[in-house]
Design a protein around this ligand. Structure first.
Ligand code: NAD
Ligand code: TYD
Length: 352
């Protein structure tokens, strides 16, 4: 039986990856390793937690000894590494946590994999899940390809870029079989409401202002989270050793247009008069060092592995809103307690 250890499996993207693998590969043992930080939530996995091929291990990747002990116990053949601090705004207020988890944590995992695989890399793979933010910011034109030079600007993207470099260094130095995926912005069910889309859904439901940084003309390239999970499956199983694959769906939106589309769909679904939610839009102080535009050239993963997203943005957004409307208890649970403190600090003076 093949054993795959997935880190960060209780988070937003990780929970979709764990679900995809547990359901699709009943003859593989899937071990979900997660520290359950504010972003980790086992509620995200209720539907698969009873499956025979699923195990959860609570552990912190910054603890090298604990990680090595877990690798020795479970002897995974493959690692899919998603555990990270993932929010740019939090990285601006507390960069050190990003260095610890994203850089040191990644190196601890690489060391553990190298140690238990002991230079016998047959059938082994370390898949590092990264972001397009490592490439920096684009102007009005152009796309990020796999050969775009790294130029990270935020503490978050700098920590992810650093982790990518370590992963490549372990391939170059020790021959560790690695692949990297650099994906664009994800959206979908279980997205923590500190990020733009779920934050706006939550605020619309509560008639609170929708904070748009700067002039709202910043552009992101959005991919439905289940399409990211499918890309990870494809690259993990069929990608070439040592390669990076950009993942995206050629789907760019300026923030203000995206939020207007969200408001329109929310009004329809909530049976409110058109224009009700859009009246909540509030332009606020810009994020420091805010990257103007991200856009992925996903030609390589399409050409080599036949990858294509399965849903359009309008469909994916509709499914996402439906999920939040059907799971308001999930939203209420994650926005109680510490979330209130974070929100008040981040959006001081916004009111609502
Ligand atoms: P998330 O913040 O929702 O989840 C992160 C998970 O990692 C949580 O379950 C958390 O408990 C766990 N974790 C954090 N620190 C840990 C530690 N020290 N030890 C063990 N577990 C720890 O993040 P996400 O949005 O699901 O992102 C997952 C990965 O995908 C990250 O590596 C991120 O950089 C990358 N990524 C995210 C996006 C996006 O749009 N969200 C896009 C491209 C790439
Ligand atoms: P976010 O969801 O934080 O993802 P990232 O910073 O990783 O791209 O932000 C998406 C875009 O939305 C980004 O340009 C910042 C902007 N934004 C706002 O305008 N207001 C907000 O309250 C948030 C959280 C983000």
């Amino acid at each position: 039986m093949k054993k795959i250890l997935i880190t960060g499996g209780a988070g937003f993207i990780g929970s979709h990856v764990v679900r995809e693998f547990v359901n699709k590969y009943p003859d593989h043992a899937i071990i979900n390793l997660d520290a359950l930080t504010y972003a980790g939530n086992l509620e995200n996995l209720r539907d698969i937690e009873g499956k025979a091929n699923y195990t959860f291990v609570k552990a912190d990747i910054t603890d090298a000894a604990q990680i090595l002990a877990i690798f020795r116990e479970y002897q995974p053949d493959g690692v899919i590494h998603l555990a990270a601090e993932s929010h740019v705004d939090r990285s601006i207020t507390d960069p050190n946590a990003f260095v610890m988890t994203n850089v040191i944590g990644t190196v601890n995992l690489l060391n553990a994999a190298k140690e238990i695989w002991a230079d016998n890399y047959e059938g082994k793979r370390f898949h590092h899940v990264s972001t397009d933010e490592v490439y920096g910011a684009l102007g009005d034109t152009g796309l990020f390809t796999e050969t775009t030079p790294y130029d990270p600007h935020s503490p978050y993207s700098a920590s992810k870029a650093s982790s990518d470099h370590f992963v490549r260094a372990y391939q170059d130095t020790y021959g560790l079989p690695i692949v990297i995926t650099n994906c664009s912005n994800n959206y979908g069910p279980h997205h923590f409401p500190e990020k733009l889309i779920p934050l706006c859904i939550h605020n619309i439901l509560n008639n609170k202002p929708l904070p748009i940084y700067g002039d709202g003309k910043f552009t992101r390239d959005w991919l439905y989270v289940i399409d990211h999970a499918k890309a990870i499956d494809l690259v993990y199983h069929n990608g070439r050793d040592g390669e990076a694959y950009n993942v995206g769906g050629f789907n760019e939106w300026q923030n203000i247009d995206l939020v207007k589309e969200l408001c329109k769909q929310m009004d329809e679904k909530l049976g409110r008069p058109a224009g009700t939610s859009a009246r909540l839009i509030a332009f606020v102080k810009d994020r420091p060092g805010h990257d103007l535009r991200y856009a992925i050239d996903a030609t390589k993963i399409n050409r080599e592995l036949g990858y294509e997203p399965s849903v359009t943005f309008e469909e994916g957004l509709g499914m996402t809103i439906d999920w939040y409307l059907d799971n308001q208890e999930w939203l209420n649970n994650v926005t109680s307690g510490d979330y209130q403190k974070y929100y008040e600090g981040q959006y001081r003076g916004l009111g609502g």
